[in-house]
Design a protein around this ligand. Sequence first.
Ligand SMILES: [Zn+2]
Length: 372
Amino acid sequence: MPQASTAEILRLVSSGEASSRTDLARILGLARSTVSLRVQELIDAGLLTETGEGPSRGGRKPRVLKPAGDGGYVVGADLGAQHVRLAAYDLRGERLHLTETELDITEGPEACLTGLLEIVGDLTQILAGQRLLGLGVGLPGPVNFEDGRVERPARMPGWHGFEVRDWLTERLNIPVAVDNDANVVALGELHTRNRGPEHLVVVKAGTGVGCGVIVSGVVHRGANGVSGDVSHVRVQAAGENLCACGNTGCLETIASGAAIARGVGARDTRHLVELANDAEPQATAAVRRAGGHLGEVLSTVVNFFNPHAVLLTGLLSSVEPYVAAVRGALYERCLPMATQNLQVAVAQAGPDAGPLGAGMLALHQVHRKERN
Ligand SMILES: [Zn+2]
């Protein structure tokens, strides 16, 4: 059963949209037996309770589901190269608090995560009296999800092999989940769309280029957790450009925010986006070219995977010519069958996709932990 549906069940029950297994099965479009299994897990985990009996509609009286206790909240943190966006969500998925702070990922894991703990500490002060149930973290590099460990990241000195999940769990004493930022963003978008089992490609185009893959409503991480990594696909236009991975000609060397910004003399990705959105000709042209290269690589993905949608997030997704260039390249290069109903658009969850997805990941971890 999709991870997002766990969070979705909690949200639907907490918001009052559903009060029985029958309601949940109808709203989520899932078999009642599947829903019952997951509801039982949430009851066992102490997140839902079952009270009395509801009004009968002719047959057996349905038992009424309610959130347990005050419900509590989870925190999702989305770490970028230079900042962290962090939010608290109640079990309905309603955002309780959002904060964004500068945090330099190159300072290494201990300094960065200590900074993160301070922000979480401030948040527990603000939400005093409510129970912090779990923390989810998205990191801008490859993450071994099962072990909660960073694996050979580019531009993250000192992080390789660092056991982020265990380090945080020891200090916070709550369930923690850690994943790649593109997967986290994909999860946030999936939660926002709430359209049942879909096949999605969610591209995070910011300082780097990341890609999360959703298969039938579930994040697909692959055998080693690097599924969806399009940034090191070789593209002809990148020539012999040396990439941070040690290879040459990677997509990242011409289509990432960092690479485009360097090429047009912008300070960083944010500055590049400002220039392009002000229609500065050089920046706009560079961003458009980069979008075309990304679309070229994604066309292979689309032909191979046949998703319902390719959704763009990250700073560059706010630049219209970039999105248009990705769309153009996809329609030009993909099989007509693959693009017939293909949606190429900016993700709905916007900048909240990261923290929201991390929060939903935390929620999933909460019930998983308490079950073990
Ligand atoms: Zn590379």
